[in-house]
Design a protein around this ligand. Structure first.
Ligand SMILES: Cc1cc2nc3c(=O)[nH]c(=O)nc-3n(C[C@H](O)[C@H](O)[C@H](O)COP(=O)(O)O)c2cc1C
Length: 157
């Protein structure tokens, strides 16, 4: 069974709630899934996963420093250890700069030669404004299912 890994940072719980919802969707669609706070995630976790989903709160229209440090650590496994793995991203903000955060995460994944799955709505990834409401949680679950569906196809090639 393909493996999904959701790695997130969250100071006040909003991004965490999205991480849990996305992982539920991924499990529902048949992946085994690990969810880790970024401080607990390792490069081996990334290498072991078929799909890597990264989430960060938006801080000054970018990722948090904990997430940036984790991404910078991944230079040790650059350029090809994550090649052709599935990637997807999410963020929580108060409304300004979410897309820039998502793009920062996506650009790092593209540099790692990963295959990016965008959000079903056409957004670059899942976005919540402050605490995710029920609608956002349902969208995150559906996003998780979408990520898992593509992961199963890519992992079987
Ligand atoms: C240092 C800092 C910078 C922030 N910068 C932004 C920002 O640029 N745009 C925005 O909309 N919200 C900004 N916020 C608000 C957070 O993105 C928002 O509260 C988010 O929901 C927090 O997610 P969390 O509960 O997962 O920590 C900032 C918060 C902090 C603490």
């Amino acid at each position: 069974m393909p493996k999904g890994l959701v790695v997130y940072d969250s100071a006040t719980g909003n991004t965490e709630k999205m991480a849990m919802a996305i992982s539920r969707g991924m499990k529902k669609a048949g992946l085994t899934v690990e969810v880790k706070r970024v401080k607990d995630a390792s490069l081996d976790d990334l290498i072991d996963a078929n799909a890597i989903v990264l989430g960060s709160p938006t801080y000054f229209a970018n990722v948090s420093n904990k997430m940036k440090r984790f991404i910078d650590k991944s230079i040790k496994i650059y350029p090809d250890k994550l090649k052709n793995k599935v990637g997807a991203v999410f963020t929580s903000s108060e409304g300004v700069g979410s897309e820039m955060t998502l793009l920062s995460l996506i650009v790092a994944m593209l540099l790692h030669r990963m295959v990016i799955i965008g959000h079903q709505s056409g957004d670059f990834g899942a976005i919540s404004f402050k605490e995710p409401d029920n609608n956002c949680v349902a969208e995150c679950e559906a996003f998780g299912e979408r990520i898992a569906d593509f992961t199963k196809v890519i992992a079987s090639r």
